[in-house]
Design a binder for this molecule. Structure first.
Ligand SMILES: NC(=O)C1=CN([C@@H]2O[C@H](COP(=O)(O)OP(=O)(O)OC[C@H]3O[C@@H](n4cnc5c(N)ncnc54)[C@H](OP(=O)(O)O)[C@@H]3O)[C@@H](O)[C@H]2O)C=CC1
Ligand SMILES: C[C@H]1O[C@H](OP(=O)(O)OP(=O)(O)OC[C@H]2O[C@@H](n3cnc4c(=O)[nH]c(N)nc43)[C@H](O)[C@@H]2O)[C@@H](O)[C@@H](O)C1=O
Length: 322
């Protein structure tokens, strides 16, 4: 780990990017380079080329992306595929063009087929049809993995991809429709309690299962994977592939996570389901054996993590990201 490396964290104001910055600072990295999307629009090829030409970057964490929950993915598919393809293509290609040897690309568990065998192994990639609510986003994320693999194969650089499960924690997006399930329900259940309501509604049947990882665990895993020795990392990924799953290996139903959130908020009303809203994938449990074999495991249990996210929500209630 060279603490004098010049590290570019793309997406540093986002939930994951800001957690990676906290982790890099904890580790003692001295030169962390950041740009907001207003300062540098990563979909702009020419601007990204100028940035890499000027900044002499050694290492990139690519956590910038167009991100959202099931409703946002289903409603704005063009933005999800276009912006993500452009960001990945520009950052990965310009990183390579300007001599960056190490890059970590953040994908997502939605790259795996809708009906992939559970838990989903890395080798399930491209083995079946994708979930329709987020197929455009998933296709863009698969393209990001393939960009990394292609530059590795042709030019011998060391670009790795992590596939996070569903994430949550401080710095999340609390938009009522466009966010993911945990921040959406923290907000809705908090407001229901404030208003003295006797029930709260969750989308879908409540039956789908999801695996949730606190963003601080995700950031630790990202820095851990970036710094693994190349021969060790390559021994643990599929031949010719560059990606590795990051999760807890434990899932629960949406109804159960809603109940966990209600317990943390001390909301005693009823939780109702709304089957008119989409369920999305029935289950998305990651197989995290490879990461375990490499020596990393998640530490933050769901109830502790949700409490931390709720405390951060309350602290920032007048200034929530949406
Ligand atoms: N959240 C989750 O549950 C999951 C996330 N992931 C992946 O993790 C990564 C980070 O996600 P997360 O932190 O949750 O997302 P956020 O929405 O919290 O953050 C995304 C960041 O990307 C930046 N960004 C977006 N578009 C551009 C652009 N055109 N140019 C420059 N920067 C841009 C934004 O910068 P700014 O603030 O400056 O506008 C923003 O801070 C993404 O790749 C996502 O796909 C994977 C699985 C689950
Ligand atoms: C991380 C992942 O995020 C997205 O996929 P998703 O896993 O389906 O994520 P989600 O958090 O939005 O929903 C999880 C489940 O929860 C249910 N649910 C209940 N009530 C609310 C609710 O109020 N809001 C939301 N968003 N979901 C709700 C919802 O119906 C679904 O069954 C991808 O598009 C893709 O971008 C991706 O990679």
């Amino acid at each position: 780990m060279n603490l004098d490396s010049r590290v570019f964290v793309a997406g540093h104001r986002g939930m994951v990017g800001s957690a990676i910055i906290r982790q890099l600072k904890r580790k003692g990295y001295r030169y962390i380079i950041t740009r907001t999307s207003l300062e540098l629009d990563l979909t702009n090829q020419a601007a990204v080329a100028v940035f890499f030409a000027e900044e002499n970057i050694d290492m990139v964490y690519l956590a910038a992306a167009k991100v959202g929950g099931i409703h946002a993915n289903n409603t704005y598919p063009a933005e999800f595929i276009y912006q993500n393809l452009m960001i990945e293509a520009n950052v990965i290609h310009q990183a390579f063009t300007h001599g960056v040897q190490k890059l970590l690309f953040l994908g997502s568990s939605c790259i795996y087929p809708k009906l992939a065998e559970q838990p989903m192994q890395e080798s399930a990639l491209l083995s079946g049809y994708l979930e329709s609510t987020n197929e455009p986003y998933a296709i863009a994320k698969i393209a990001g993995i393939k960009l990394c693999e292609s530059y590795n194969r042709q030019y011998g650089v060391d670009y790795r991809s992590v596939m996070p499960t569903n994430l949550y924690g401080p710095g999340d997006n609390y938009h009522p429709e466009n966010s993911h399930v945990i921040p959406a329900l923290i907000r809705r259940i908090h407001e229901a309690k404030e208003q003295g309501l006797s029930d709260v509604s969750i989308w879908g049947t409540g039956m789908p299962k999801r695996e949730f990882l606190h963003v601080d665990d995700m950031a630790k895993a990202s820095v851990f994977i970036m710094n693994l020795d190349k021969s060790i990392y390559c021994n643990h990924v599929e031949p010719m592939q560059s990606h590795i799953n990051v999760g807890t290996g434990i899932d629960c139903s949406i109804l159960e996570v809603a109940q966990t959130i209600a317990n943390v908020i001390e909301f005693e009303g009823q939780i109702k389901t709304d089957p008119s809203k989409p369920d999305g994938a029935p289950r998305k449990l990651m197989d995290v054996d490879r990461l375990r074999q490499l020596g990393w495991e998640a530490e933050i249990k769901l109830d502790i993590g949700v409490r931390d996210a709720y405390e951060s929500f309350c602290k920032n209630i007048d200034n929530l990201r949406m």
